[in-house]
Design a binder for this molecule. Structure first.
Ligand SMILES: [Zn+2]
Length: 92
């Protein structure tokens, strides 16, 4: 880990609270100010659910979260793996 703010969540290395679910080990989580940012690798969608909302990157339209319920991710942000834009879900 070169950047101390980055925590790579790899399977079996960190015990995660059961209330937090990451769909893929190809996802980084880091702090930015008082916000938690989920940063998927290219080709990875940060959140996949069964809700009624799909969120895309405001700059390049990459799908950041598919079929989610917005109240599940209100305190989170996602960094677009394509262009680097950070989108906060609570800024609406
Ligand atoms: Zn983007």
């Amino acid at each position: 880990m070169n950047n101390p703010k980055n925590i790579l969540l790899a399977v079996g290395t960190i015990s995660i609270d059961k209330t937090m679910f990451l769909p893929s080990p190809d996802v980084n989580v880091f702090g930015l100010g008082n916000q938690t940012v989920v940063a998927p690798k290219k080709g990875v969608i940060a959140f996949q659910g069964v809700g009624n909302c799909t969120e895309t990157c405001p700059k390049c339209n990459y799908i950041l979260a598919r079929n989610i319920f917005l109240n599940q991710v209100q305190s989170l942000a996602v960094q677009c793996p394509h262009c680097g834009t950070i989108k906060s879900f609570h800024e609406r």
